[in-house]
Design a binder for this molecule. Structure first.
Ligand SMILES: Nc1ncnc2c1ncn2[C@@H]1O[C@H](COP(=O)(O)OP(=O)(O)OP(=O)(O)O)[C@@H](O)[C@H]1O
Ligand SMILES: [Mg+2]
Length: 254
């Protein structure tokens, strides 16, 4: 499981995350909300281990290990992976090669790409000229090949069209073992107890909840997280009263 205790993170000489406490148990998926610029992406980058996100205090534990200062490649090997909000273009690296690397040579690139309608992109350079929605599917494909135990999704549905939304949503549900079916379509109806995968999904719209249920919602505001049981409800509240009022109400009811 992932446990974050009193984490404070600085980026470009500015404290972005002030006091973060978060616990994602095995088999759980959490939704992460917050206004633009509140630090959602920064939190994911800090969990993944990007050195520009400097930890000033607190700690991050994963699978019982203190990973606070662990290099990013070791975190990936330990089972943390991320689908990025705005990944870079990598000229000269074909999507097919990247999938091969992510899957450590053990995945069938064609088969995997076919699952998210992405076969025609395998021989293009990573993200080179990809549309917004195509980038999201490319990110998903890489994460699917990596198949980590903790999956960090940074706005996986933003810019994805209606038809592909269902595909993206169902794919994420399958990746997080939440759809009741495994690859061959055989029902396995995994219970919370049997699930191994953990997820943290940033979303502004909540469209993803039509396909993926979240166990908890987290709202990032003013560098701190407030946690709620029902992510859909909190979205409604944010829509009606705004983030600040909503967080005030949540903390008062604690
Ligand atoms: N290199 C940088 N120098 C200065 N400020 C930065 C830098 N990178 C990020 N920031 C700032 O850090 C803050 C947090 O950014 P972050 O991307 O984590 O926000 P976010 O919650 O993911 O927002 P969004 O919903 O728009 O994706 C923002 O105000 C951003 O401008
Ligand atoms: Mg962001």
């Amino acid at each position: 499981m992932l446990v974050i205790e009193d984490l404070q993170v600085e980026l470009a000489n500015k404290i972005i995350l002030k006091h973060i406490d978060l616990e994602i148990k095995q088999g759980e998926t959490h939704a992460l909300f917050g206004p633009n610029g509140s630090g959602k992406t920064s939190l994911l980058m800090a969990i993944m281990g990007y050195p520009q996100y400097k930890v000033l205090s607190g700690k991050i534990m994963f699978k019982g290990e203190d990973i606070t200062y662990m290099p990013i490649n070791e975190r990936a090997q330990l089972g943390i992976g991320m689908s990025y909000q705005r990944p870079p273009t990598i000229n000269g690296l074909k999507t097919r090669q990247m999938i091969h690397l992510c899957g450590k040579g053990k995945v069938d690139e064609e088969k995997l790409a076919g699952r998210i309608n992405f076969s025609n992109f395998l021989d293009r350079d990573i993200n080179a000229g990809f549309s917004g929605g195509e980038i999201k599917r490319s990110e998903l494909l890489q994460l699917m090949a990596q198949d980590p135990d903790l999956m960090l999704f940074d706005e996986p549905e933003s810019g994805v069209d209606m038809e592909n939304m269902a595909l993206v949503g169902k794919t994420i549900a399958a990746m997080l073992q939440r759809n009741g079916f495994h690859e061959e379509g055989k029902s396995i109806l995994q219970t919370k107890h049997e699930r191994k995968k953990m997820g943290l999904i940033i979303t502004h719209t909540g469209y993803i909840f039509d396909y993926v249920t979240a166990d908890k919602g987290q709202v990032l505001f003013d560098g701190m997280l407030s946690s709620v049981e029902n992510p859909r409800e909190i979205l409604r509240c944010i829509g009606q009263t705004g983030y600040e009022e909503c967080v005030r109400c949540m903390t008062e009811n604690d």
